[in-house]
Design a protein around this ligand. Structure first.
Ligand code: HEM
Length: 282
């Protein structure tokens, strides 16, 4: 869950560029983001995070029964960019963000936004309303091109906060040997006993993954003894946004106008010369 990232990591992006959700959501699935190429200061715009998956597929719940997938996302904006306040949203943005609860990563990181878990079948697209900062009112902010980092996930994780496997993960043989017994314990989990060179070892498989071995099978250490129940996955992507100085655009437009005018003047001048030449009988 996004709040586990909050609780366990001061910054959701590691020095390598990996977003920390990937530490527990081990499968990779696509994530996309749409942001404008450039935005003006003190302007509301949106970042659209896409978390596509096949909604007809179900995953295993904590108890092992089939259930739908939920989605969540983290958006890391450049310094100064924040969640747009409700009173500055257009009617369209209000509609697109209705019912979505956005949190900032921490008190001193209002530029990092979290969403989720949300029901995935209704939220394969999550709209983040964003307010750009104004260099005129904040001297720490400068015009320029900045990176946006986005991570988004669908489905349950494979690792818990304590570092244990969830029931939405592959289980493997702890040692090489022969499967000597398969039983069910008091919690409904399956206990697989493997007898190897140095005696018997058991691996407890909770309800969720399906066993792929039977009594008598020879297994190798570290190789799967269940299927992979995980149908979800995490993906991250970077984007760029330019905090654009409007004066530059006005300057560019003025330059274009000047060029267009100069061209027209040259044509007129040429016509004039041609007229003079015609009159003088060249
Ligand atoms: C569940 C997103 C970080 C471990 C979920 C779910 C979402 C999500 C949307 C619900 C999935 C569903 O019910 O179908 C995220 C995002 C993260 C993040 C966006 C980063 C910002 C983490 C971290 C851990 C973790 C750091 C491990 C410490 C899990 C586990 C579940 C889960 C174990 C399943 C919980 C259960 O159903 O029992 N996460 N997560 N997640 N997440 Fe994360």
């Amino acid at each position: 869950y996004p709040f586990w990232a909050q609780q366990n990591y001061a910054n959701p992006r590691e020095a390598t560029g990996k977003i920390v959700c990937a530490n527990c959501h081990l499968a990779k699935k696509p994530t996309r983001v749409e942001v404008p190429q450039a935005v003006f200061p003190d302007t509301v715009f949106k970042a659209v995070v896409e978390i596509p998956y096949d909604t007809s597929v179900q995953q295993v719940s904590g108890s092992g029964s089939p259930t739908g997938l939920n989605v969540g996302a983290v958006v890391m904006l450049p310094d100064g960019f924040t969640l747009a306040p409700q009173d500055r949203l257009s009617e369209e943005l209000k509609e697109e963000t209705a019912g979505i609860y956005y949190t900032q990563y921490s008190d001193d990181q209002p530029n990092i936004l979290l969403v989720g878990p949300l029901p995935g079948d209704q939220h394969q697209e999550i709209v983040f309303p964003i307010l750009s900062p104004d260099p005129a009112t904040d001297s720490a902010i400068h015009f320029g091109k900045y990176q946006v980092h986005v991570g988004a996930n669908r489905g349950r994780g494979q690792v818990t906060v304590e570092g244990e496997k969830t029931n939405n993960a592959i289980y493997t043989a702890p040692v090489a040997g022969t499967v000597s017994a398969i039983s069910t314990d008091a919690n409904g989990a399956t206990v697989v006993e493997i007898t190897g060179a140095s005696g018997s070892v058991t691996e407890t498989v909770p309800a969720g993954p399906t066993l792929t071995v039977a009594v008598g099978d020879v297994v190798e250490a570290g190789l799967p003894i269940t299927n992979d129940p995980n149908v979800g996955g995490f993906g991250q992507i970077d984007a760029e946004v330019v905090l654009q100085n409007p004066v530059r655009i006005y300057g560019l437009l003025a330059f274009f106008a000047a060029v267009a005018l100069a061209q027209i003047m040259l044509v007129l001048k040429k016509r004039q010369v041609e007229k003079v030449q015609a009159a003088e009988g060249f």
